[in-house]
Ligand binder design. Structure first.
Ligand SMILES: Cc1cc2nc3c(=O)[nH]c(=O)nc-3n(C[C@H](O)[C@H](O)[C@H](O)COP(=O)(O)OP(=O)(O)OC[C@H]3O[C@@H](n4cnc5c(N)ncnc54)[C@H](O)[C@@H]3O)c2cc1C
Ligand code: SF4
Length: 477
């Protein structure tokens, strides 16, 4: 049977779900890709070559059983396909939307290597899980019996939420503490709606709440409650706080008004999409409408900023990056989307300083790519005498994020951190240097991806279950 429906990659071309035209996309924060129709999903899944050694699966951080759920999709066995896909992924519809597939599963698809265009794995994963929600196949979180032990999770991002899901299904009592007023971490307040609509995230938050997870929101650990108090309340603790310290610019004029941090800009925009009153936006400070916007950086955060500014009605949006297009860290798919929507990329350019007390320009230095560094990446070098001023009345710094100094911030002794500030933890069990304390996601890895946070959260939860069981055994002896 499989022979009839699979291996269609020679005759059937790769086809992504329809993308809304750029002119329409620019007007709202809705997702840009439509949904596959049932026949299209089956047809595209049937392009899989069913490799004996599936590199897509190896390169998916969750080791999703991709060839098998593609085959089930091609055969029309959609509920079974969904069951298999959710067995390894807590939030498949989220990964299907925002994983950089070109660097993960799809980037390692064998038929892509042979020039036929990768199987659209992410889009099929999204299709299956959206269909599962529509058809009631997504099961509530239930357990075989409540247990008395409890886990405290600090941070309600994808890492913390994935761990909570595993722990609640095992009957453990789970409380998640988060300093924001909504759960979801960067899924809620960082990533814009045009990549991930917010009701997709809120559905998962509701599922966890209905499954018995207690959310303690507006609770900044280290300010509203101490880390030690949380540790004292629970049998184990998971640190899943992400990384939020913005890398800064040390150029003259960098303190001028109108130079903003990407996280503040994106959070304000996402809050507006929820219908919140946001003073910094309503006064115009974090609103790009009618402004000449310059975003500095070449990663995914920079792409989210430029595309947000377009949707807010900026007069012009330019992205300044010190290397060229080939060498930028952001997903090429997102760069293409940004270009279609009207963003102008100013490659091989770095800010030397800023003009105006309220910023009115960026002093730009042109660069060329020189010799490779230790990692093999070509280093940007200045081109003397090529400086010019790029007009700007909103500058957004999107230069990446670093961990906050948790031991200092929380007054915790014995919590080991690396020289970058990430919490040192075992990469399989996620145990930190403190007994019964675990870490996962960006605070362990440094700024990374949602799919890695999910994997870490699942692994940490399994390790905490073992730890709790072992502690119970010792107590009973
Ligand atoms: C703008 C942007 C776009 C991105 N786009 C993508 C993308 O397209 N695809 C992708 O895979 N990844 C993307 N990422 C990366 C991804 O969002 C992160 O890797 C992922 O969210 C990390 O998950 P986490 O659970 O470790 O932390 P987070 O999602 O950061 O969640 C941490 C939570 O901890 C809370 N917290 C922190 N400190 C405290 C404290 N002291 N007390 C209480 N609560 C606290 C925070 O409020 C937050 O809710 C993007 C990141 C950014 C910034
Ligand atoms: S979770 Fe991400 S990497 Fe894994 S199959 Fe889905 S889209 Fe690909």
């Amino acid at each position: 049977m499989a022979k009839n429906v699979m291996l269609k990659f020679v005759d059937v071309a790769r086809d992504m779900p329809d993308k809304r035209p750029p002119d329409l996309r620019r007007q709202d924060f809705g997702e840009i890709y439509g949904e596959y129709a049932r026949e299209k999903a089956a047809e595209q899944a049937g392009r899989c070559s069913q490799c004996g050694v599936p590199y897509c699966q190896t390169h998916c951080p969750l080791h999703n059983n991709i060839p098998d759920w593609l085959r089930l999709t091609a055969e029309g066995r959609l509920q079974e396909a969904y069951e298999l896909s959710q067995a390894t992924n807590t939030f498949p519809e989220i990964c299907g939307r925002i994983c950089p597939q070109d660097r993960l599963c799809e980037g390692n698809c064998v038929i892509e290597q042979s020039g036929h265009g990768t199987v659209t794995i992410g889009s099929v994963e999204k299709y299956l899980t959206d269909l599962a929600w529509e058809n009631g196949w997504v099961k509530p979180i239930v357990n075989g019996g409540e247990r008395s032990e409890s886990v405290g999770i600090i941070g309600a991002g994808p890492g913390g939420m994935a761990a909570a899901d595993v722990l609640r299904r095992a009957g453990v009592q789970v409380t998640i503490y988060d300093r924001y007023d909504r759960a979801g971490g960067l899924l809620t307040y960082g990533i814009p709606g045009f990549k991930l609509e917010k009701d997709v995230v809120m559905k998962r938050v509701a599922q966890l709440e209905q499954g018995g997870v207690q959310f303690v929101l507006n609770c900044d650990v280290g300010v509203d409650i101490s880390f030690d108090a949380i540790r004292g309340k629970h049998d184990a603790v998971l640190i899943a706080t992400g990384v939020y310290k913005t890398r800064d610019l040390a150029a003259p004029g960098a303190g001028a008004q109108g130079i903003e941090r990407a996280i503040d800009y994106l959070t304000a925009s996402n809050r507006k999409s929820f219908g919140d009153d946001v003073a910094e936006f309503d006064t115009g400070r974090l609103d790009a409408k009618g402004k000449k916007v310059v975003v500095i950086g070449g990663g995914d955060t920079a792409m989210d900023c430029v595309r947000t500014a377009i949707r807010q009605g900026a007069e012009s949006v330019k992205c300044l990056y010190r290397r060229d297009k080939v060498n930028m860290p952001g997903s090429q798919r997102e760069v293409a989307n940004a270009e279609e929507e009207g963003v102008e990329f100013v490659w091989l350019s770095a800010p030397k300083g800023f003009t105006g007390d309220t910023v009115d320009g960026v002093m730009v230095q042109k660069m060329r790519l020189g010799n490779p560094d230790a990692t093999g990446r070509q280093m940007p070098e200045l081109i003397d005498g090529s400086d010019y001023i790029e007009q700007a009345d909103l500058v957004i710094k999107a230069l990446g994020f670093e961990p906050e100094d948790l031991p200092k911030l929380w007054g915790v002794e014995g919590l080991e951190v690396s020289r970058w500030g990430t919490v040192i933890a075992n990469f399989t069990t996620h145990e930190t240097s403190l007994e019964g304390v675990y870490a996962c996601g960006d605070i362990q890895r440094g700024a990374s991806l949602v799919v890695w946070a999910i994997r870490d959260g699942r692994e940490a939860a399994e390790a905490m279950l073992e730890y709790i069981a072992a502690a119970d055994t010792i107590a009973a002896e």
